[in-house]
Design a binder for this molecule. Structure first.
Ligand SMILES: [Zn+2]
Length: 302
């Protein structure tokens, strides 16, 4: 039926929506893949021996040499590496998750093709390619790829400190501790220095300080957690520490040890730091320098 000239002025376009539920057979290979997720919590792929390639999700036929590989099942993962990602910010009715969320391409260990899935456990601003992830399986089966609820970022057991390339002149860090009689007595045991100026108040009254003081290297040792755990941090090797005593530490004094990067030594990728020790009265009790090898410059054992 074609509208005539007179019909045209009464012709309307009616906007509407069509719900379109659908089903399809996942195929023999796809069914077995989903069964592996659902019943065994295993992510499986198929392998082409000719091309030495593992496909996850599995394929029936190798896309390079067209060999039938539907019976060559192998396990992949469970961990994998993120090779690319995007942040989904627009809501759509059929999304598995409420935006924003991260959708990543994940190459599972032992697989040569990536799968796309949701990654959680890291803010979008800190997401990076190369991150390691592991699957979290859904508590209730969905009979689909969503039997893996999402992937989660693997947290490293230890965060290494700043590398040479990351260090900048002016960066500084501190550690603060109150020195008690217990600390002094323990340090006497550690060092073997039972000098009565540290332990015997009556003797200490005769010294220029008039009371007991801590061993000089006890407050100075507080620079070790700064260099080794903060700046540069874990993985640092100290090469040289020089110090000058500037004042005593009395029992109950709170000492702050500070290190500041003052020079980068590019030839051997080392850093020089200025060290200072102050007490709660703001008095300088010591100063010095350190030369360190930051983490990454020397190989770490696996
Ligand atoms: Zn092949």
């Amino acid at each position: 039926m074609h509208p005539t000239e007179t019909d045209k002025k009464d012709a309307f376009v009616v906007e509407g929506k069509l719900a379109l539920p659908y089903q399809y057979f996942a195929g023999r290979t796809g069914s077995r893949f989903i069964l592996g997720l659902r019943d065994d919590k295993k992510i499986r792929g198929t392998r082409c021996d000719t091309c030495n390639k593992v496909f996850v999700p599995p394929r029936q036929v190798c896309d390079r040499c067209f060999e039938k590989i539907e019976d060559k099942w192998v396990d992949a993962g469970p961990e994998g590496t993120v090779t690319g990602y995007t942040v989904i910010r627009y809501a759509e009715p059929h999304q598995p998750e409420k935006p924003p969320y991260i959708l990543a391409l994940i190459k599972l260990d032992n697989a040569d093709t990536p799968i796309a899935h949701i990654v959680k456990g890291v803010p979008a601003s800190q997401m990076k390619t190369g991150m390691r992830v592991y699957p979290v399986f859904a508590k209730k089966t969905m009979d689909s790829i969503l039997d893996i609820s999402h992937f989660r970022v693997v947290k490293p057991a230890f965060e290494l400190g700043y590398t040479y390339e990351e260090l900048e002149v002016g960066m500084s860090a501190s550690f603060t501790k109150t020195i008690t009689e217990t600390d002094v007595y323990l340090f006497a045991g550690i060092s073997g220095d039972f000098n009565p100026m540290h332990l015997n108040e009556e003797f200490a009254k005769l010294t220029p300080f008039g009371t007991r003081i801590a061993h000089g290297v006890l407050p100075q040792s507080l620079i070790a957690p700064v260099l080794g755990m903060k700046l540069p941090g874990l993985g640092t090797v100290a090469l040289e520490i020089t110090t000058r005593f500037k004042g005593p530490t009395y029992f109950g004094d709170t000492v702050t040890a500070t290190a500041e990067v003052v020079e980068l030594l590019p030839e051997k990728k080392r850093a020089r730091l200025a060290l200072s020790w102050t007490n709660q009265r703001g008095e300088l009790i010591g100063e010095g320098t350190a030369v360190v090898i930051p983490p990454g410059a020397l190989p770490m054992k696996k």
